[in-house]
Design a protein. Sequence first.
Length: 567
Amino acid sequence: MKPSLPQNDPNKEQRQDHLNRQQKSYLFDYNALSPLALLKDVPLGENFSSKYIRERILATSELPANMLATDSRSFLDPLDELEDYEDLFTLLPLPQVAKIYQTDRSFAEQRLSGANPMVLRLLDASDPRAQTLAQISNFHPLFDLRQELEQKNIYIADYTGSDEHYRAPSKIGGGSYEKGRKFLPKPLAFFAWRWTGMRDRGELVPIAIQLDPQPDSYLYTPFDPPVDWLFAKLCVQVADANHHEMSSHLGLTHLVMEPIAIVTARQLAKNHPLSLLLKPHFRFMLFNNELARSYLIAPGGPVDDLLSGSLPETIEIAREACSNWSLDQFAFPTELKNRGMDDPNQLPHYPYRDDGLLLWNAIETFVCGYLKFFYPTNEALVQDVELQSWAKELASDEGGKVKGMPSKIDTIEQLIKIVTTIIFTCGPQHSAVNFPQYEYMAFAANMPLAAYRDIPKITASGTREVITEKDILRLLPPYKRAADQLKTMFILAAYRYDRLGYYDKSFCELYQMSFDEVFAGTPIGLLANQFQQNLNMAEQRIDANNQRRVIPYLSMKPSLVLNSISV
């Protein structure tokens, strides 16, 4: 198989026949999660390979023995002590976070390098939410709110449903389980950057949490009794866990990439250079997404059982995330800038940003060289009828409905940015939200998927409900839910199919030819080698950075990042 643009292919009729068959096999379904553009039926060629299945079974082989060895206690009652959550890890390694999750340092660090480092944003002085912090001066007379805001030291994680970056439904009533209701807190969490702190780099610290989104409601601070403050932090963790699973993870990687994979199969011939570039980054994604819809987010499935809302409410979080996503605004550097998180001089410690940009730059360099070889001029790009049909169907409301996608591609620079965003989202972005699930979410006391009691009540006279250690245990998942959370997170994070920038495994399965054989006689093999070298250089820098970090950040380490959303 020789790569060829349609205008240069001598077998134009055969090429068109292939595309006609593809367009009958890859049909859109606008009803499954309306109005999202998803795949109606998964063609056989998208299924997991036998090798994939064998490897994944082997990677998760420790799980059944671990779950059998757990104590068969009362499944639906609260645990007696927080330490009891550690007992679930009989054979599997106990995540490191279990030893530090109650600390402010761990709580703040998870906003920067945890499972969901995509919520925190700089709080502007003109933002009405800044006035919520006015109460803090009652506890901390040295806290100058105006000065802190002007110096851009205040950050916010908003889970109320009002944030433009995270418009989750604000009226989630909560789901139910065998013994009652589940709840989804909707907190505002405020953080400050302190230039003096850990070693010589400063650190992010939590300064206030508002659990009730009503104006002037009580503001929890580190000056509250430790039990109250821990309760407030755990409410933030519940909200963040729901945001992570349905927005950052399912919505903003799996679901937003699905229409792009569909249109690629429908509009680009098998030997089209862009198809050859993108196919390894879509490997197994469509079948994986179908499994998620038929199992994970089905009635009675893990999302229904474990997350806070009723199933329709929880699915609405993913739907809203996809509706607010656009290809141009979620290019990695742009997304960082939109949250005010792009300046290392202002926020010197943000591992997700710093490591992610190393990978973004390596991908962009490879994509640039690859596309410029096949499109030496913009004229060659404009004349590519398949590419233009690809862009048109992606942007169309009768096609992929991809917001931020131009219906016509005029310049190579335009295409480079689009393709870099797609590859980054399928590779580093998905890996960054998928694989930390074991370290941060398998241990349910750190990041519970639901709250099992509501936030503290305030009486008409203004008296606040007293929180006890028993209330914290009532908030957290009962034993069976915690065990099911561990099982789900382990399955999602235990297996890695391939490695970013290494394409032979996918090419041999997809085309029965190696990457070098497909691109023989072109400089693409050399470009791929340079890509791998750049990724290895990025890994060395990340390893060096991790030596200086209090908690190493491994989620963007190139050797641990996949090409595709294959798990």
